[in-house]
Design a protein around this ligand. Structure first.
Ligand SMILES: *[C@@H]1O[C@H](CO)[C@@H](O)[C@H](O)[C@H]1NC(C)=O
Ligand SMILES: *[C@@H]1O[C@H](CO)[C@@H](O)[C@H](O)[C@H]1NC(C)=O
Ligand SMILES: *[C@@H]1O[C@H](CO)[C@@H](O)[C@H](O)[C@H]1NC(C)=O
Ligand SMILES: *[C@@H]1O[C@H](CO)[C@@H](O)[C@H](O)[C@H]1NC(C)=O
Ligand SMILES: [Zn+2]
Length: 425
């Protein structure tokens, strides 16, 4: 009796998801679950924070951009142009191509999630003896910049994930040039200032909820020296996987969360988020967005699930393999965290696979060299950034009359930094 009930429940659930799966091919939704807010503190904005609207804010750049044309491989050449394709850069064979693994974490950086990062990432090497990289897409709200400074000093890449990370998702879909400039371009100066890290070290962008705003964010990136975006999932180019490319010419990439860029915008690179395939065959852009997963307490199942997705890249065209996840997912599922560590142990043991920060992938694609040569390169170096020993700043008056506390590496701001006043002056 009971098993019948459970079975029909499961079948019902399956049917729902299959129906959704078809719908999702053209519209955003549950398969690409909006990434959850930093969970340590409730979002004070709620649904009603609409005082900043996109209406009425004039576009800084109103001139029409040229429509991107079909890519011409004769005209579009490395290091500054690459057609969207699954071809390996430099015409290398898969066995001569380094398999890059990009581990990324999104959202606010605080004392609690930094403890996880210390446990699972710090001190890890690749098989060539160089430190393993990872990238943090940091959103401003609730971030303690003392820990951003620490992550940078450990050699990890710090990248942008917006100042407000606000809801609704449509705010991002319909954002004007000035809104994205305030959320993303201004955030570069903000992080560099409060974490005291070099301005030029910040190169990457991941938009909240993976919600692009057509051409806009790429225009802002081109105008403000931001090198690559990693917001755009692909489900069509999983096997073989899509390699990074530029927007000089029209992209072949499937548009999962429209609007996607269609103008010709030289300079910024797209680092596609090549989806994983879950146990039901459905795509997931973020590891914590997969639906049909092994049981959450099944470490061996999770390890096999991760390795199975990795092998599609490693035994295929070696397109960079992304492990895109939020810290809370690992911290609240110890078996998944253990499987993650076993996976990184496996990569550390492979002579032709490397955990790197996302900007290193773009560096390699611009100037592809065979894996043997890559292994022998000197390890990347970075100079450490100081952070003044001082208590957290606060209380600082922020949006919606909220009071915030914020760790910073230099002089405390007057009010809580926010869009339009990124340094809190
Ligand atoms: C992007 O720019 C192209 C070329 O100007 C234009 O046709 C397209 O509508 C723009 N996309 C959006 C979402 O505005
Ligand atoms: C990583 O390599 C460095 C030298 O490059 C070495 O000092 C360190 O002990 C290694 N760490 C681990 C965990 O093997
Ligand atoms: C990321 O890797 C590149 C290439 O090795 C290195 O030059 C850069 O300093 C790294 N970025 C950070 C922020 O560590
Ligand atoms: C990595 O290599 C070490 C030493 O050979 C071995 O003990 C360990 O089991 C390997 N780990 C994985 C995950 O392959
Ligand atoms: Zn996020």
């Amino acid at each position: 009796m009971r098993s019948v009930v459970i079975l029909s429940f499961l079948l019902l659930g399956l049917a729902t998801v299959v129906v959704q799966g078809q719908v999702e091919l053209s519209t955003p939704g549950p398969l690409f679950t909006p990434d959850p807010e930093d969970d340590s503190t409730p979002n004070p904005e709620g649904d009603s924070s609409t005082e900043i609207t996109t209406e009425g804010i004039p576009d800084a750049d109103t001139e029409e951009l040229p429509l991107a044309e079909e890519c011409d491989e004769e005209l579009c050449k490395l290091p500054d142009c690459r057609c969207s394709s699954t071809d390996i850069p430099g015409g290398l064979l898969p066995r001569d191509t380094p398999q890059f693994v990009t581990i990324t974490f999104d959202d606010g950086v605080n004392v609690r999630n930094t403890e996880t990062y210390r446990d699972i990432l710090y001190g890890r090497n690749n098989s060539n003896g160089c430190p393993a990289g990872a990238t943090f897409y940091v959103s401003h709200e609730y971030t303690n910049y003392r820990f951003v400074n620490e992550l940078y000093n450990q050699g990890y890449e710090i990248a942008l994930h917006s100042i407000s990370h606000r809801i609704p998702q449509d705010y991002w879909a319909t954002a004007s040039y000035d809104v994205i400039k305030q959320e993303i371009a201004d955030q570069k100066g903000q992080i560099s200032h409060f974490a005291n890290i070099p301005f030029e070290s910040i190169k990457g962008v991941r938009l909240p909820f993976l919600q692009m705003s057509g051409n806009i964010s790429f225009q802002v990136m081109a105008d403000h020296g931001l090198e690559y975006d990693s917001s755009w999932p692909t489900t069509a180019f999983r096997d073989p996987g899509l390699w990074p490319y530029t927007l000089d010419y029209a992209s072949i990439q499937d548009c999962i969360v429209p609007p996607c860029p269609t103008a010709s915008i030289p300079k910024p690179w797209i680092q596609p988020m090549v989806s994983w395939t879950d146990l039901g065959g459905f795509p997931c852009a973020m590891a914590d967005g997969c639906f049909f997963t092994p049981a959450m307490d099944d470490e061996e199942g999770w390890y096999q699930f991760i390795v199975g997705n990795f092998e599609r890249h490693y035994l295929g065209n070696r397109a960079p393999f992304g492990f895109y996840v939020h810290e809370w997912y690992l911290a609240s599922n110890p078996a998944v965290q253990a499987a993650f560590i076993r996976f990184t142990d496996l990569i550390s043991n492979l002579s032709d696979a490397f955990m790197v920060n996302a900007s290193e992938v773009i560096d390699w694609v611009k100037n592809p060299i065979p894996v043997g040569e890559y292994r022998e390169k000197p390890c990347r170096e970075w100079s450490t950034a100081s952070c003044a020993a001082q208590p957290d700043c606060g209380p600082l008056l922020g949006p919606n009359a909220m009071n915030y506390w914020m760790g910073a590496c230099n002089v405390c701001p007057r009010v809580y930094p926010w869009t339009g006043n990124p340094l809190g002056q």
